[in-house]
Design a protein around this ligand. Structure first.
Ligand code: SF4
Ligand code: SF4
Length: 262
């Protein structure tokens, strides 16, 4: 297996997430992955790789970015497994307990397959609603014109939009004009990339921005399986940053790294 050479893998801006190796029948799938990995690739042992802190100091830091808003736990777990095997130094994920659990499950699964190093787990938060990493798309499919060719579904790189035409009880396939479009945005898969906003010819899609709850963040930082935090701040509103920082209190002392992104 080749080790990654880029400084980060931003899955939020690339193609589809990895297939769900562990979505169900976890033990069976994990056995399959173990057999596959052990028979096809040579994983460098943890002792052959620099620790995350040494990588950081050497400038060889490699981080998997799952996406600050991507919350599909099954895919996050699978990605964490694969990239831990690949030797990344850090896995950056949403500041959400089920997502953090999923990252750690993926790491543990990888470490049960090979003697790989444990990457740091980093959570991403924000201090205001203007950072584009912290938003979700939303629309009501019942407001969509029946003849719309649904470009929103096609452009979404995360398969986060799912629409179905549902017939009403007294309709037939031949006369379905009274049916309704159902479905919409699968919230946990949407990472707010914005591609669907401009793709919609009827301007039906809204962006819902949000700020991560500092209390939840503080609890996450107190866990032993969270190593780092990335704070997205615009730098113009020091009051907002100070509010967030004060809310985190002593929990910030538990992490090895605090990264600021402007
Ligand atoms: S913003 Fe739209 S295109 Fe991007 S992930 Fe969300 S639903 Fe998909
Ligand atoms: S492209 Fe716009 S109008 Fe068409 S289905 Fe998607 S959200 Fe609805």
């Amino acid at each position: 297996m080749l080790l990654p050479t880029a400084s980060s893998f931003d899955l939020g801006s690339s193609s589809l997430p990895a297939p769900s190796l562990l979505r169900s029948d976890a033990d069976g799938h994990l056995r399959t992955v173990k057999t596959l990995v052990r028979s096809t690739v040579k994983i460098p042992p943890a002792s052959a790789l620099p620790s995350p802190i040494l990588s950081l100091r050497l400038g060889n830091w490699v981080k998997l970015i799952c996406g600050a808003s991507f919350e599909d736990a099954a895919d996050v777990r699978n990605l964490s497994l694969v990239y831990t095997l690949a030797g990344v130094d850090c896995i950056d994920c949403a500041a959400d307990a089920p997502v953090v659990n999923a990252v750690n499950e993926g790491i543990e699964a990888a470490m049960s397959i090979a003697m790989v190093k444990r990457p740091w787990v980093m959570i991403s938060v924000n201090d205001d609603e203007e950072d584009l990493h912290f938003r979700k798309a939303e629309f009501d499919p019942e407001d969509c014109p029946s003849d719309c060719p649904r470009p929103c579904e096609k452009v979404c790189p995360a398969n986060a939009i799912s629409l179905q035409w549902v017939l009403q009880e007294d309709e037939t396939e031949q006369n379905n004009r009274l049916g309704q479009l159902k479905g919409g945005v699968i919230t946990e898969r949407c990472y707010g990339c914005g591609r669907c906003f401009s793709a919609c010819p009827y301007d039906r899609i809204r962006a819902l921005s949000y700020v991560r709850d500092p209390t939840t963040t503080s609890k996450l930082l107190q866990r032993n399986d969270v190593d780092a935090i990335e704070i997205h701040t615009r730098g113009r509103r020091t009051d907002l940053f100070n509010d967030l920082w004060d809310s985190l209190g002593d929990s910030i002392e538990n992490v090895k790294l605090v990264a600021l992104v402007k």
